[in-house]
Unconditional design. Sequence first.
Lengths: 709, 263
Amino acid sequence: MEKNTLFLIFSVFLAWSLSAQEEPDDSLHYMEEISVVASRQYIPILKTLDYIHISCDDLLKYQGNTLAGSLERIPGLSSINTGTGIAKPVIRGLSLNRIIVNEYGIKQEGQQWGLDHGLEIDQYNVHQLEVIKGPVSLLYGSDGIGGVINILPAPVLPVNTFKAEAILNYKSNNDLFGTSVAIRNNRNDIFTDFRITYQDFADYRVPAEEFTYNSYILPIYNSRLKNTAGNDLNLSGLAGIRRDWGKTSIYVSNVHQNAGFFIGAFGTPKAYLLTDDGDNRSIDLPKQVINHFKVVSNTQLKTRNGFLEIDAGYQNNNRQELSLPHAHGQGPAPEGNLALQLELQTWTANIRTPLFSSGKWKVLSGLNMQLQQNKRGGYEFLVPDFMTVLGGVNAYAEYSASGRWMFSSGIRFDGAYQQAQRSFIALYDESGELTGYQQRSPSVSESYFNVSGSAGMRFAINTSSDLKVDLGSAFRVPTIVELTSNGVHHGTFRHEMGDSSLRSERGYMLNLNYHYSGRKLVVSVSPFANYFDNYIYLRPSSKFSPLPDAGQIYQYTQGRAVFAGAEFSTSWKVLPWLSNDLGVEYVYNENLDLSMPLPFTPPFSVREELEFKPAFKADWLRNTHFIFIGHYYAAQNRTDINEPPANGYFLLHFTAGNTFTLGKNRLGLSVQVRNLTNTKYLNNMSRYRILNLPEQGITVNITLRYEFN
Amino acid sequence: MKHHRLLLFMVLALFSCKDKKKEDTPKSGKPVITIIDQSTPAVSEYLCDALFGNVLKVATGDTLRFTFYFQASNPLSQYKIDVHNNFDCHSHGKSVDWSVLKIEDLSGTEVTVEEALIIPENASAGNYHLMIRLLDIYGYEAEVKEFNVIVHNPEDEEAPQVTLTAPVEHSTYQHWDVVHFHGTITDNLSLESSRFELKFTDSNDHTYHLYEIFYPQGTTTSYTIDTAYTVGPFIAPGEGYFTIKAYDKANNFSLKTVPVIIE
């Protein structure tokens, strides 16, 4: 078996190196696509999976609290939230390390395993992105189980042009003030792009004066959740050059997030902890401070073979979770407030090139490599220092049989190696004397090997509708956290324990998509079914943590699971001034070993959107639009052990906006009212659901965007 | 009989190895902890400025006796009794005075357990948390039973004394003014590992918890107050008052209020 796979890898390499010498006849065609859409349109798998492209204008128009929140409008996407500042994306009920977020071709690496760990991306710095729902391991290797969110670079400005933009943002619910300023320039095809974003928000308001936890009625002073304030400061810069030989650019960014946690979310909430401190903008303990620095280089070279794409990146994700030390048994009391620090450094390199192409065939190949190093700190032990190496090579082909049939398939081989040192904790007797050491986490030195593949087809039923089918397999290497963690994770306040014998998680997915695109109506139906034979999840164990003031141990376990569901959406231009958008989504999952649901499953939801664009005579009112959005979420009663269910709810949002043209410049104004009825509801996708805390109440969001050309 | 059991176990083990993937589906529903009997009845009492109805008042050397009835739909697995100090109202810091950490295995779906918790003679006075937790074999967790135990120390019932030289009563302050606090806190015993709080109540009767300051390591029977507060813009103008609430190790406390005018 191993010999065969080695041989296969070797063959792919060989084919790749040989192909570099062939004369392609279709290279020009590829190049055109690259320079127009920046990249990725030519990846065959995109044509057989559910693919969505989103522009920056759409992101601003439907802006949520975070990037993950803004994407919730897309059927099949949701987010797991911790307050207003922290959110992680969910695709078809899959999240954590099962979703890949790529920025400029480099996979974002920032402790994605944590439920309360948000995405370290400046949502104003997203010019365009694409979402692919379904298995993408073929393209990206480990973690490509649920899908990918690709944040793409902005198209290069036309030669010798300049553009600047300033965004001002206010959100009434948490008194958020935000600003983002960008300057873009292209001089003789040497282009630059700079952005600075700052936002500061206060504790958010909920439509409640009290909440009930553990039979106690606890106060919420001034309807604000104490210590949920935060701020972000993001800086980024890009510089590049475009010439006959191709294009290259370097992108540097730093995202800094400072977010408080609701003070009652750590341990059992107590009334006296919730008293007003008189300043709803203060970020006290417990809180998290995250800094994500990255350097990404993107190069596209024209070669005799077509093109060669090289992406390389370095990321430094520094996560600090701060809180007052809790009761710690014997031994010296911890010093300082740094509970947990994780500093993750990631080096990535990706190469992609066509192997071969003719009239009907296109064959591409890629190589990915990633090296990671994690260092820990703080008085809480959760995960040890570790090192991870991942590498993969793939080849994928597209075959257009006729105008109506298109087939794609591909195969990928991945290897991974992970290493972690054994960790110990000091033991003390009752008088506080050191008596010895005990193993806290085992040493890990594991290799993994995975083969993943995908086969799909697209059939054009007629000029306006097509049918896509894709069958794929995807995998993910267990994270070191899943293998070795042993301690109270402050973010979730649970004792979490790893299992060093976990194997790679593997899934097999079937995706279907029917798409109709008529003159006035667009309809899309996407059913899917996934089967996992080694699904890794945190299972509540039947044993208590031996640590003081800690509840039960949550143990990383793996087992069989299924995920199935569908999305349905329509976009109907009813009248020239009226359009109607409908999105329906449903996910069913089951832990087959226990015949139980899995945690954090998005509920069935229906989103109905009516957009009015009155035909005003006045020129300056021409872009005026009014949008009414009704979003119904059904009750989620399919919950895991100890996961409380949530009732259904209905939210109403309203947006009014216009873009004024001022000479060469444009001024966009948008007023968005979210949760118009100030509905009190519990969201099972929120980390604060367990405390019975209601979600954000009414908020009026005002966005001003000035574009200077 | 013993051999039969062993054989049965081996067959079961073999069977479970062969088909270990599929487990029984747990019955839904959390386990429940019911307290059938307790030696000290719970009373309502202000603790850390909030009213609690689950307060047990005991003295050092006393014994707290409970009879618990544990019940669940699935077989029970474990219960845990956890006592740690809550001197500073945040359950932070070390538990060296009186702490209990007891985990016991259970079986069956209904169990009655008697527990006796002896408060050591040398336990520091103050408030403690007592928590009783229960799990079934699938990890369903019962709602935690929680008590605040106030341990009273017959050897120290004297509250600390607060004297303030600044701020002067009825002084006038504006927003952003800095109010300096000078004075002393004295007690009959060492103040170490206890604290004082500074609060302000404005003319709207809204109380702000400004500071909680711990007496530093090595503090003896006297502590010198030297702190400052910048009057926040959110404080309503009019007559208000600062309150200093000083605690000692036995959780005895005294209050000192200073009326001021905010313009």
